[in-house]
Design a protein around this ligand. Structure first.
Ligand code: FES
Ligand code: FES
Length: 158
């Protein structure tokens, strides 16, 4: 048994875990009680479990807790609040970019990381960047998500 400490959405979290390869996703769901990162495939192939680790999007289903220890983790619920959503969340709302929302962590956090590093990115550049990694949406909402991400890249929310 070892103790791992990290910051999750601004709060310090310590957990005792037997296996250092325990998926970070399990800790975020079962110990921290987050509902944003989802278990989709468990194999790194869909993006539903995405969180930012030290600012970079990662697949928490295939990231062991030991690899995240000491890090700063942000999930989609850590971006903003209901009363004060983050601009990227406002853009997704204005474009009605999600249907069930199950996949949302992937497109929103991969999109945010790319656009924050590439302000003013075009729709084609965003599509190309996010196309480098599988981000699956069973509701086929990708076009609306791209619209929302393009708005965010332009500094707009609607
Ligand atoms: S659940 Fe992690 S990539 Fe699918
Ligand atoms: S909005 Fe339902 S899976 Fe993407």
């Amino acid at each position: 048994m070892a103790t791992y400490t990290m910051t999750v959405n601004g709060a310090s979290v310590s957990v005792n875990v037997d296996d250092p390869n325990t998926p970070l996703l399990y800790i975020l769901q079962e110990n921290v009680h987050l509902q944003g990162p989802k278990f989709g495939c468990g194999l790194g192939q869909c993006g539903c479990c995405t969180v930012l680790l030290n600012g970079a999007p990662i697949r928490s289903c295939t990231t062991g807790i030991a690899a995240a220890a000491g890090g700063t983790i942000v999930s989609i619920e850590g971006l903003g609040t209901l009363a004060n959503p983050h601009p990227i969340q406002q853009a997704f709302i204005s474009q009605q970019a999600m249907q069930c929302g199950f996949c949302l962590s992937g497109p929103m956090l991969y999109g945010k990381a790319f656009i924050d590093a590439n302000p003013g990115a075009t729709s084609a550049q965003i599509l190309n960047a996010l196309g480098q990694t599988p981000l699956l949406c069973r509701c086929h909402s990708h076009p609306r998500m791209l619209n929302a991400l393009s708005l965010y890249a332009q500094g707009k929310t609607q």
